[in-house]
Design a protein around this ligand. Structure first.
Ligand SMILES: CC(C)(COP(=O)(O)OP(=O)(O)OC[C@H]1O[C@@H](n2cnc3c(N)ncnc32)[C@H](O)[C@@H]1OP(=O)(O)O)[C@@H](O)C(=O)NCCC(=O)NCCS
Length: 170
């Protein structure tokens, strides 16, 4: 059974995590713990309880687009910076890809963001996709591309409410 839980460095010792993107594997192994301690990023793990290993993870932090960046990214002029949340990383171990774990993680992240949106004001959720394949995964789940960078995508908080209502983690 796959369950989400807050980051725990002990879980890193269970089995090496490998998603096919060394940057994402290394970050989890080397930097997630420090970032957690500094309150810089929050990481959530997807654990396979039976096989005692990490099936996936995502990390999130606050973010902001300058008025100029928001204007070129979203196509309308802004007078003030746009508060946002960044879905900084999301990865599924290669052994678990293609079976719904990515959607489960995204669903979990969006559910937390939706809850946070009731207490903290932010207009959009941003992801910086590593490549077009990853961008397609987010497009499939309601994200839109920034106009000025095709690997940067966003979901408005309004979209988030609407999308989440129709999302099914499977
Ligand atoms: C991208 C990634 C997170 C997807 O996770 P996954 O567990 O393989 O995806 P799921 O099985 O949950 O797929 C959920 C849905 O998204 C679709 N999907 C998955 N990967 C997709 C892709 N690259 N492009 C388009 N759709 C995709 C699936 O077809 C499925 O839709 P369906 O049920 O209607 O067929 C995973 O492949 C991964 O970790 N890749 C390496 C790391 C990476 O690139 N992370 C993104 C960094 S920005």
């Amino acid at each position: 059974m796959l369950i989400t839980q807050p980051f725990d460095s002990a879980a890193l010792k269970l089995h090496p995590f490998s998603c096919g993107e060394p940057e994402l594997d290394d970050w989890l192994a080397k930097f997630a713990g420090q970032s957690e301690k500094r309150d810089n990023v929050r990481t959530t793990l997807l654990l396979d309880e039976q096989r005692c290993r990490i099936a996936g993870y995502y990390s999130m932090r606050t973010y902001e687009l300058s008025a100029a960046d928001a204007a070129s990214a979203m196509g309308r002029s802004r007078r003030y910076p746009v508060p946002a949340m960044l879905l900084a990383r999301l990865a599924v171990d290669s052994d678990y890809q293609g079976h719904g774990a990515g959607r489960l993680l995204l669903f979990d992240a969006l559910q937390r963001l939706l809850a946070a949106a009731n207490d903290i004001g932010f207009e959009i959720v941003v992801v910086h996709a590593l490549h077009e394949d990853a961008a397609c995964f987010y497009l499939r789940h309601g994200f839109r591309r920034f106009l000025d960078h095709e690997l940067n995508l966003f979901l408005t908080t309004k979209d988030l409410r609407a999308t989440f209502a129709t999302m099914d983690p499977g």
